[in-house]
Design a protein around this ligand. Structure first.
Ligand code: FSX
Ligand code: SF4
Ligand code: F3S
Length: 377
């Protein structure tokens, strides 16, 4: 079964190999220049196979897919956002293998990274659109302002609206990836009262879109999604919010290193207390890990170095729809808001319907009980 799939992938990669690459260097050269050995690369492809939910026998083809990742053209649009998604991938003085592979992909057009500006940039864009029609991956960063026909965001010398540019590009794309919570769900600019009518990409175009949320999303999840498209020529399996299941299939809480403390009723009662020093659970400091689907607790960031909860702050739910409204205030437990007040507003109602499931109620009860168990309370 695996052999058949691997054989199919090899054939696909062979046909990609025939296409012209963009760089003069191979990915092996690039990695070597940055101090990574072949062994590191193979270790990386093994861990990428595990992350994509594939057996270790896929590791060699994943390494080969990374090697040909400069063949598949990518057009990258920036809409309403902070550019943090791209910045987090490119502005690093110690790039990880994921960063280097991101830099290696065949970026035909990227508003922030390209040297061209004005009319020249527009020409490059139109040329790429024609040349690679039906073949390129469209990555979108940023939410889509839709109010007043999208006029809150205009781009380039012809002052096209972001919405218009997105639609004409998506029309010719082979696959569309929303990179970051802004393009997936509207992002911070869609926070109430959302004066510009910001929306996620999939609410504006009617083609399949894969959402890779996070503010910003991890390099691993972006590169993993792109590699999946290169390997299989299809989008990966997704959840209800169109997020790849390989990355967003479990909650932060499920694999959190502080989970044992949660189960034992050991909580940080105040930032800086003994519990914080002992690495206790951050639920009472507002951690939204129990309501957030992402792989940060498993994959971490910066070559597996750390992640928000390890650094001492709760997860703020940055990969969930509407997190800026539904998860706030970030340093207070979500359940307190559900149960605390009589003035339940529309947003809180929505939380009740979408997030606070039976598990949420159980978690609130558990934290409350720990007040009895924990002598510090
Ligand atoms: Fe949004 Fe990305 Fe947050 Fe920023 O562009 S997901 S605001 S990190 O940069 O889109
Ligand atoms: Fe970890 Fe947060 Fe869950 Fe506590 S509530 S175990 S800190 S994810
Ligand atoms: Fe975001 Fe929570 Fe991960 S805040 S980065 S989803 S730990």
């Amino acid at each position: 079964m695996h052999e058949k799939t691997i054989q199919k992938i090899k054939e696909r990669l062979d046909s990609l190999k025939k296409l012209p690459g963009i760089g003069t260097k191979s990915i092996s050269n690039v990695l070597e220049e940055n101090g990574f050995t072949r062994r590191d690369f193979l270790k990386w492809s093994g861990s990428m196979a595990a992350m994509l939910g594939l057996s270790s026998s896929f590791a060699p083809v994943i390494a080969q897919a990374a090697e040909v990742s400069d063949r598949l053209p990518v057009i990258w649009l920036h809409l309403a956002e902070c550019t943090g998604c791209s910045e987090s991938l490119i502005r690093t003085d110690t790039p990880t293998i994921d960063n280097l592979i991101f830099n290696f992909i065949n970026l035909q057009y990227h508003d922030t990274l390209m040297a061209a500006a004005g009319w020249q940039a527009e020409e490059n864009y139109e040329e790429a659109l024609e040349k690679f029609a039906g073949k390129f991956i469209l990555c979108v960063e940023g939410g889509v302002p839709t109010k007043d026909n999208g006029s809150f965001l205009t781009m380039g010398p012809q002052a096209k609206t972001g919405m218009q540019k997105l639609k004409e590009t998506a029309d010719k794309a082979a696959a569309i990836i929303s990179v970051g919570t802004c393009s997936a769900f509207g992002g911070i600019q869609a926070a109430a009262p959302n004066p510009i009518g910001a929306k996620g990409v999939d609410k504006v175009i009617d083609k399949p879109v894969i959402n890779v949320p996070g503010c910003p999303p991890s390099a691993k999840n972006i590169v993993g999604t792109i590699l999946h498209v290169i390997l299989f020529g299809t989008l990966p399996a997704v959840d209800n919010f169109n997020r790849p299941k390989f990355a967003y299939g479990l909650r932060i809480h499920d694999l959190c290193e502080r989970r044992g403390h949660f189960d034992a009723g050991e909580f940080v009662e105040e930032f800086g207390d003994d519990g914080a020093e002992n690495g206790f659970c951050l639920y009472k400091q507002g951690c939204k890990g129990p309501y957030t689907f992402n792989n940060c607790s498993r994959e971490r960031f910066n070559q597996h170095t750390s992640w928000p909860v390890q650094a001492g702050h709760g997860c703020i739910g940055c990969s969930e729809p509407d997190f800026w409204d539904s998860m706030a205030p970030y340093e207070e437990p979500l359940a307190d808001h559900k149960f605390a007040s009589a003035s339940v507003d529309a947003t809180a109602d929505k939380i009740g319907a979408t997030i606070l499931t039976v598990a949420g109620v159980a978690i609130a009860a558990h934290a409350a009980l720990s007040a009895i168990k924990n002598p510090k309370e």
